[in-house]
Design a binder for this molecule. Structure first.
Ligand SMILES: Nc1ncnc2c1ncn2[C@@H]1O[C@H](COP(=O)(O)OP(=O)(O)OP(=O)(O)O)[C@@H](O)[C@H]1O
Ligand SMILES: [Mg+2]
Length: 348
């Protein structure tokens, strides 16, 4: 019995201890759970606060987005309106341009027709005028010889004046025809290889008699060689300028220099004549332009020589440069390419 009581007591004590241990453990678990609950409650509060802020931010962003979208829509509408306006404006300009192009083409065709008619008229007139003029020149020459033979010496100078005037008229007609051909782009170029020294010699032979009381100095580089071009046209240019040098120089010197440069030949005509005032230099290549345009002018001519020389030079890819001083003299430099440009070849 005693041992059973002891055993019972032992078991009771052990149960008490176990229970006590479990109570302690439970207490600690409860306290831990309480702490965790409090922590979770705080976290939930924070989350709620955050959620509110996020919600608010979302609302704000949405408002901002709506404002931006509205603004962009307005901008797009405005841009669209401007674009439409520009398209209309461009269409209008395009129509105007087309109309202007049409009328320019129309005007060009009309001008070309008029030009062709003018050239044809001038060519016909030139033929009609040349024939009787050549007769006048020929007959006045004949009459001069007959008058000399018959002893009518008093009328020889009048007959000579008729011949000179006829020749002048013939030259003017030729110049006018040349200008008309240049303007109508109907110049025929004959491209050949030219011995520059020969060209200079021929030009000098033709021009010498009209250089009046002036001395002519020709300085042609020995190695000036050959060039390609239209010999007659180049001679025509040089004769015009040399003729002017003789006409506008009195008892002076005319120097004719010919130099070769890498791609050019330079024909330089220097005179010690009356010179050209600076205000006349800029218009010197215009047709019918003379430094002295008065009725009482001292020098004859129609003001076409330099125009023809200038235009022909440009058509051959060259340029004429002038340097002149009133009362001292002038220098005309005709610069021509040794080989004409392709455009000249096409035209020739
Ligand atoms: N060497 C020169 N010295 C001074 N003036 C010149 C000289 N060359 C040309 N001029 C001026 O330029 C003008 C135009 O020359 P251009 O050769 O075209 O005509 P022009 O000699 O008067 O007439 P044309 O040559 O038709 O017979 C001349 O009238 C003259 O005033
Ligand atoms: Mg002249």
């Amino acid at each position: 019995m005693a041992s059973a009581e002891v055993e019972f007591n032992q078991i009771k004590q052990r149960s008490n201890e176990q229970l006590w241990a479990e109570v302690v453990s439970l207490r600690s678990q409860v306290s831990k759970l309480t702490r965790e609950k409090s922590f979770l409650e705080k976290s939930l509060d924070t989350l709620n606060v955050l959620d509110d802020a996020v919600q608010q931010q979302l609302l704000d962003s949405q408002d901002q987005l709506e404002v931006i979208v509205a603004e962009r829509t307005r901008e797009l509408e405005e841009n669209n309106r401007l674009l439409q306006q520009e398209i209309k404006e461009r269409q209008r300009v395009e129509i105007e341009l087309r109309q202007a192009k049409d009328s320019a083409e129309h005007a060009k065709r009309a001008a070309e027709m008029a030009n062709r008619a003018k050239t044809a008229f001038l060519a016909k007139m030139s033929h009609e005028l040349r024939t009787p003029l050549n007769a006048i020149i020929g007959y006045s020459d004949l009459l001069q010889m007959e008058a000399a033979d018959a002893g009518y010496t008093s009328i020889i100078s009048d007959l000579s004046n008729i011949q000179i005037a006829g020749q002048q008229l013939l030259n003017i007609i030729s110049d006018i025809l040349d200008i008309a051909k240049i303007e109508a782009e109907k110049v025929d170029f004959q491209l050949t290889e030219i011995d520059i020294c020969e060209l200079v010699k021929d030009t000098v032979t033709i021009i010498k008699p009209v250089l009046q009381d002036n001395q002519l100095l020709v300085q042609c580089q020995a190695e000036v060689g050959k060039m390609q071009g239209d010999m007659l046209k180049i001679q025509q240019i040089l004769q015009n300028i040399l003729h002017n040098a003789g006409k506008f120089t009195h008892q002076g010197t005319i120097t004719f220099n010919i130099k070769r440069e890498p791609t050019l030949v330079v024909f330089e005509i220097i005179d010690t004549g009356i010179g050209i005032a600076p205000e006349h230099l800029c218009s010197i290549f215009e047709p019918f332009t003379q430094a002295d345009n008065s009725f009482t002018r001292q020098y004859n001519g129609s003001g076409l020589g330099l125009t023809i020389a200038h235009q022909l030079t440009e058509l051959m890819g060259g340029v004429i440069l002038i340097d002149s001083e009133l009362g001292k003299g002038s220098t005309f430099s005709v610069n021509l390419p040794l080989i004409p440009p392709p455009t000249f070849m096409e035209g020739s």
